[in-house]
Design a protein around this ligand. Structure first.
Ligand code: MG
Length: 159
């Protein structure tokens, strides 16, 4: 069995009046993510971790923010395409661990839904996806509610 670990990190700016997509679902909030796609920082961090584990570059290489066909795209489509890319190299997902950094709103109650949606998109069990959340104690851009960040590690395996 061949095991590969990968790490991903992403940030999106938060602005008033935009829809807030995170972990494949829409959060109730007055602000949302600014981005070329739907701005889902958690999904983007997971995609980068998957690509990193397979040593296949990063999300910007595969899905450039200069591509007009990706404008406003649902990041679940990018996640599914990323799964197809790593699967084409013979990899499957062992597990995913992730952390969302966000001052407001509290995301704890959303996490089971995020796990279910991401698991369905990836074709894996929700038990294979850990999603944690933290504030930054009002420090930095996250603390000032100017942005959201997310970290992810992914273990890929190949028989
Ligand atoms: Mg991003």
């Amino acid at each position: 069995m061949d095991f590969r670990i990968g790490f991903g990190y992403d940030v999106h700016q938060l602005q008033e009046g935009l829809p807030f997509w995170l972990g494949g679902i829409q959060l109730e909030h007055t602000k949302g993510s600014l981005g070329h796609s739907d701005g889902d920082a958690l999904i983007h961090a997971i995609c980068d971790a998957m690509l990193g584990a397979a040593n296949l570059g990063d999300i910007g290489l595969h899905f450039p923010d200069t591509d007009p066909s990706l404008k406003g795209i649902d990041s679940k489509i990018l996640l599914r395409k990323t799964m197809d890319i790593v699967a084409s190299k013979g990899y499957s997902i062992g597990n995913i661990d992730s952390t969302i950094c966000l001052q407001r709103p509290k995301v704890k109650s959303y996490i089971p839904h995020m796990q279910a949606v991401l698991a369905k998109t990836l074709g894996i069990d929700p038990q294979q996806i850990s999603i944690k959340a933290t504030t930054t104690e009002k420090l930095g851009f996250v603390g000032r509610e100017e942005g959201v960040s997310a970290y992810a590690v992914v273990l890929l395996k190949k028989d």
